[in-house]
Write a protein that binds this ligand. Sequence first.
Ligand SMILES: NC(=O)c1ccc[n+]([C@@H]2O[C@H](COP(=O)([O-])OP(=O)(O)OC[C@H]3O[C@@H](n4cnc5c(N)ncnc54)[C@H](O)[C@@H]3O)[C@@H](O)[C@H]2O)c1
Length: 327
Amino acid sequence: LATIIVTGGAGYVGAHACKRLARDGHVAVTIDNLSTGWRDAVRFGPFEGCDLADADGLAAAVARHRPDAILHFAAMSDIERSVADPALAWRANVAGTLNLLAAAGAAGVARFVLSSTCAVHGDQDGVLLTETSPVQPASPYARSKLASEMALADHAARSGMRYAIFRYFNVAGADEGREIGEFHRPETHLIPRALDVVRGRADRLVINGTDFPTPDGTCIRDFVHVEDLVDAHVAGLDHLARGGAERLFCLGSGRGYSVREVVRAVEAVTGTTLPVDAGPRRAGDSASLVCGSRLAQDVLGWQPSRSTLPRMIGDAWAWAQRPGFSA
Ligand SMILES: NC(=O)c1ccc[n+]([C@@H]2O[C@H](COP(=O)([O-])OP(=O)(O)OC[C@H]3O[C@@H](n4cnc5c(N)ncnc54)[C@H](O)[C@@H]3O)[C@@H](O)[C@H]2O)c1
């Protein structure tokens, strides 16, 4: 059993990872500045309130817990905001990762998993993205993630720390126990935004761009269930512990859905008709992003078995309807 530091453990994906690690008997220590995360979501292990920008505080927190591994989720991941304020993304994602790597190096951390994004590949004409697809990041967010990947690789080459980089996008769904789920404010993700309309928390769903070069004009995206993603992280830690050689994994369902298809699926799951408005494109959005996961399946034994639209929307809907949820 291990002690694992989870940066961003108060956020959506990180909180789900903490729950699983704790269930498996590990100590999951959250390091988070609560900028987009929630103190309430930190229920499965110790909490260290710390900003990645605080190099000394971070080094002290990492040293205090003497972790066997770090799962690095903390990031500024709002693409539109990164276009408006690129320095914000670079500070949080690149400078923050450099500080974390320094802290990991000083504490002799053996294993490190970085959450990256398939957005580093940019638009590739709807081709299924893999680990060998060329990179052409289309936003400051994606560029800052690619830079963090490179910083990690350089650090590990010198220190010998084992690492894995997971590139994924569009995480969806919620914890089967309904204890935690997706909750961003502002919410930029499609499924929770659509469910906000169903719940009467918003009047209409605005589709960001209907003139993309896709069959119905809306963006096409790949969706992965948050619990499947957590499976991959657990398998990734095991892979690194075994001395596995592969370091870069795409985690996608291999199937793309247009925004309009997702809207229809939300309507089917919730039994409602969604009022929809066509809005302008968001800065930094690509037309079609779909990635495969052959390598993760072969090497990590990963199966994105929960990553079907009805399942992801159903779990997100159950979470949104849980008793006492008023946000
Ligand atoms: N959610 C997705 O669809 C998706 C897709 C691809 C990649 N990712 C990546 O996965 C990771 C987690 O995403 P998420 O949806 O859980 O995001 P989130 O915003 O819910 O969680 C991020 C957490 O990091 C914390 N954080 C941010 N900046 C920090 C800083 N400087 N210091 C300390 N803590 C900080 C936030 O408070 C928050 O709790 C991110 O790295 C993101 O880029 C997410």
